[in-house]
Design a protein around this ligand. Structure first.
Ligand code: PLP
Length: 426
């Protein structure tokens, strides 16, 4: 639409400031169509597909960020977040930004300049943690594993013994490689050194058990766009009393104003003090996504993610492809499939996208070597497993590669599980 000068008003307006030549050209010549994205099936590393109930929650009328009705919604978000994190932590809130802000909030609140921090790295997100530790003035002591493998706990112990660690930080679900890190025993190791345990559960929360209290995790964070089933935009975090004590005894101010959890918490806690304007519609979305999880039940949701993962793996292997991660270390939510020799990774993914199916490629050293197939949140379904296997089969055939019968193998997993469930019910 081309705007013209408004009719001469009764009450004189201030003279219009002249538009720049560029703005004049845009005003005169450009018409911007409404953006109508296609409905892609998001089976990559995130964002994951979002239930229609979540999308329509975002279209609800806005409330003020201190409106009593919105405050009630915030309280319900917090109690449902405690449910998914499996924690009684009072400070359990969604940070108003994506998962990386959750990571940054977890680290910068407890790290002070000069602190020794043991950081585990077996992919992109462990590297990002190290970067944040350095920016916060901490001294990272890294424990590395080959990308695609879990971190050896003996190496973690050795790193903890080699310095005076204030924090042990690691990624539970490494999205860049599809590796699950076992959390058992880590809190004991950290506590023996009076270090805090920080866990990244961005790709596990809502799809895998995380068990914040059970595993004595001091700080845990996630993101809305993976197994929680909401769009990207919020980062749920939880801090226990050990972590809060550490913050209270800091010698220096938290280096980030926006992410200082003691200030953010005053808005989410009883004080209700303004800190920043909460992203209202994103909180509606998160609340609806959490309501869906609550209706399904956490255990059923984990079982659904596990079953669809096993069906996908059976299908992939029957097609003659290989999983990139060893059994026992595989994520249910993010499946790393090795790209066979001679296959053009990008061409196969482009063929899938032509069918409106998104899968991810590898990052860093895994570029061109793996496909990352996400089965997260409402995207983790039998229908999507069959869909992605058949699309992959077609794409590989179109590229001249023969494949075995993937769908039959996947269906056999469902049949076995259902007959097992039926016989145990009789
Ligand atoms: N940590 C992990 C394990 C992730 O997978 C991601 C994103 O994929 C992040 C952190 C960062 O989240 P975001 O991209 O939402 O900022």
């Amino acid at each position: 639409m081309i705007l013209s000068r408004p009719p001469s008003p009764r009450c004189p307006l201030s003279p219009l400031s002249p538009l720049s030549p560029l703005n004049k050209a845009i005003t005169m010549s450009k018409h911007y169509e409404r953006f109508n994205p296609p409905k892609r099936i998001l089976l990559g590393p995130g964002p994951s597909p979002v239930d229609d109930r979540v999308l329509s929650a975002m279209a609800a009328p806005l409330l003020g960020h201190l409106d009593p009705l919105f405050l009630k919604c915030m309280d319900d978000v917090q109690s449902l977040l405690r449910y998914v994190f499996e924690t009684e932590n009072r400070v359990t809130i969604p940070v108003s930004a994506t998962g990386s802000a959750g990571m940054e909030a977890a680290l910068v609140n407890v790290i002070e300049p000069g602190d020794d921090v043991v950081v585990c790295i077996n992919g992109v997100f462990g590297e990002r943690m190290r970067d944040i530790v350095e920016r916060a003035g901490g001294k990272p002591h890294t424990v590395e594993a080959k990308w695609g493998e879990a971190i050896d706990k003996k190496k973690i112990e050795a790193a903890l013994n080699s310095c005076r660690p204030r924090v042990l930080a690691l990624v539970h679900a490494e999205t860049s490689t599809g590796v699950l890190q076992d959390l058992s025993g880590l809190a004991e190791m950290a506590r023996a050194h009076e270090a805090l345990l920080i866990v990244d559960a961005v790709t596990s929360l809502g799809g895998h058990p995380v068990g914040v209290d059970r595993n004595q995790i001091d700080i845990c964070y996630s993101g809305t766009q993976k197994c929680l089933g909401a769009p990207p935009g919020l980062a749920p975090v939880t801090f226990n009393e050990r972590a809060l004590d550490r913050i209270r005894s800091r010698r220096t101010k938290v280096q980030s104003w926006y992410l200082d959890i003691t200030m953010v918490e005053k808005y989410w806690g009883e004080d209700r003090t303004y800190h920043h304007t909460a992203p209202i519609s994103m909180n509606y979305a998160l609340f609806e996504a959490l309501r869906l999880i609550h209706e399904e039940g956490l255990e059923s949701r984990w079982a659904r993610h596990e079953l669809n993962h096993h069906a996908l793996v059976a299908g992939v292997e029957a097609m003659g492809l290989r999983m990139a991660v060893a059994p026992g270390q595989r994520l249910w939510s993010l499946n790393a499939v090795s790209v066979p020799d001679g296959v053009d990774d990008a061409r196969v993914r482009a063929r899938l996208l032509d069918e409106n199916i998104e899968v991810g490629g590898g990052l860093g050293p895994m570029k061109g070597k793996i496909w990352r197939v996400g089965l997260m949140g409402s995207g983790s379904t039998r229908e999507n497993v069959v869909l992605v296997l058949s699309a992959l089969q077609r794409a590989l055939k179109a590229d001249g590669h023969s494949c075995g019968k993937g769908i039959e193998a996947a269906e056999a997993v469902y049949a076995q599980t259902h007959s097992g469930a039926a016989s145990s019910a009789t």
